[in-house]
Design a binder for this molecule. Sequence first.
Ligand code: NAP
Length: 252
Amino acid sequence: MSATEKKLSGKIAFVTGASRGIGRAIALRLAQDGAKVALNFASNSAKAEEVKSAIEAQGGAAILLQGDVSKFEVVTELIKKVVDEWGRLDILINNAGITRDNLLLKMSEDDFDKVISTNLKGVFNCTKAVTKLMMKQRCGRIVNMSSVVALKGNISQTNYAAAKAGIIGFTKSAARELASRGVTVNAVAPGLINTDMTAALSEKVKELMLQEIPAGRMGTPEDVANAVAFLVSDEAAYITGQVLSVDGGMAM
Ligand code: NAP
């Protein structure tokens, strides 16, 4: 690497849920590190456009790819677009996620299914869609967004915790399948991070959660992006099948 070359120069990344919050911060960070970034989102075109403009303003390259990660055929088409545009795909960040919180007694079947299909099946869909390509390239980095809730459980989040714990099992299994081809698969487990998702929580719930965080503060999307930037770098080539908590000590 020359002095002017960046860590991820020449790399192509696909980030799901890149219009807001953690996905946005990851996309910006990977672009700063030199990657070209495909920005996936569900419906918020205005926010996604802002991220694209911010990347371009820093001299980076980005494309927008609207589409629902829970639909396999949609995801396959999006991955094809990335490869048509840039010829390869080195980094997949499975970040898109939703919550539909409710006590088990009150949780509808639809709320359970929606969270599983977006948060867990979405990870399967995107990973499956890139697997052949990454195996052929004999290199690749996949990072899946789990959660502290997968490790500890949480009241009103049986659907979300099941999906996020499922991601950990998925990550370890995919890591075993792909390791010999130079593809690493890891999970990041954020704690309480300041985004639209947690803005929906009441102040009382946030206060209670803060008491459980040894670091004494919420995390920022950039805290999570820093960990992801490490896991996709060459320095992390020998790290696979791991779950990296980014939670101020919350899960320990
Ligand atoms: P957020 O601010 O609510 O943003 C969610 C992102 O996901 C948006 O870009 C949204 O797109 C996209 N998205 C939602 N459903 C989608 C679908 N079906 N297909 C494609 N994109 C979809 O969430 P966040 O807080 O940044 O969370 C990001 C990830 O981290 C999630 O997996 C979440 O579970 C996980 N996480 C978050 C926290 C936390 O404290 N915030 C903690 C642990 C784990 P639109 O803008 O178009 O809606």
